[in-house]
Ligand binder design. Structure first.
Ligand code: NDP
Length: 252
């Protein structure tokens, strides 16, 4: 099936911020390819919501940390929907929260594999497919970073903060590399946002309430608020913006 609406591919689109981006993109006139690693049921729910908004939508299973999976994810998305125009590099994990000295090599390696290597594989594949010189039509990449990159996440997950620092560097470098190819590359850096990522990293039920007073707007963000920033950067309204990193963090 060939699609006439622009196609956006969102890694980790089955839950949380990625799911909100997928649903808002569908509402705004895009067709949507989401990727997920393990939770097919969540992906199906997102697909149903996207289709209810009139979008063509497909879910592709794969691990962004695996180079061959990333190529296949793009292939499957393009077979189903046509050429991808926008890529949201969103899949990410923190790993179990602790001081660095207590963190296992397994926890750190999984985070770096997914957040850094995975983001780079996805960005590289996006660059190959979107570049005008390689047959693409330009387009955009939005990398999902985190305010953790500048805050450092002490006592929780400094390795995660470091992984997002790498995402920021990826954004700056790739924006310059692809500007001549008609591809804009930007980042969105969420602050604390209501998703499952927190429950998966810590059993500390009071953590969000302790952090809330340190957020100038005095509340935790909603995934839909991050999605609005992503959809802006994808859109033509952001046509002169590349290499930017937009914090969506309630002022934190
Ligand atoms: P969630 O845990 O809610 O969702 C993560 C998504 O990523 C899921 O769709 C999951 O798929 C997918 N995913 C995880 N690992 C892989 C992998 N190896 N390959 C493919 N897909 C994978 O996280 P959030 O929505 O909270 O986070 C999204 C992004 O936003 C991340 O990059 C995160 O670092 C960043 N962020 C989040 C903040 C927050 O407070 N929530 C704050 C700052 C940044 P599946 O369900 O199948 O496992």
């Amino acid at each position: 099936m060939q699609s006439r609406r622009p196609v956006v591919l969102i890694t980790g689109g089955s839950r949380g911020i990625g799911a909100a981006v997928a649903q808002l993109a569908a509402e705004r006139g895009y067709d949507v390819a989401i990727t997920y690693r393990s939770e097919r049921d969540s992906a199906e729910q997102v697909l149903a919501a996207c289709r209810a908004s009139g979008a063509a939508a497909v879910a592709c299973q794969g691990d962004v940390a695996v180079e061959a999976d990333v190529v296949r994810l793009f292939d499957e998305a393009e077979t189903a929907l046509g050429p991808v125009s926008h890529v949201v590099n969103n899949a990410g994990i923190t790993g179990k929260s602790s001081k660095l000295e207590q963190a296992s090599a397994e926890t750190i390696r999984a985070c770096i594999d997914i957040n850094v290597l995975g983001a780079i594989w996805v960005a590289r594949e996006a660059a190959r497919r979107l570049s005008k010189s390689q047959g693409g039509k330009g387009g955009t990449i939005v990398n999902i970073s985190s305010v953790a990159a500048s805050l450092g996440s002490p006592n929780e997950y400094v390795w995660y903060a470091a992984s997002k620092g790498a995402v920021d560097s990826l954004t700056i470098g790739l924006a310059k590399e692809l500007a001549g190819e008609g591809v804009r590359v930007n980042a969105v850096s969420p602050g604390m946002t209501k998703t499952d990522i927190h429950e998966r990293s810590t059993q500390d039920a009071g953590r969000m309430e302790r952090i809330r007073p340190h957020i100038p707007l005095n509340r935790i963000g909603e995934p839909e608020e991050i999605a609005e920033a992503v959809l802006f950067l994808i859109s033509d309204a952001a046509s002169y913006i590349t290499g930017a990193n937009l914090p969506v963090s309630g002022g934190r």
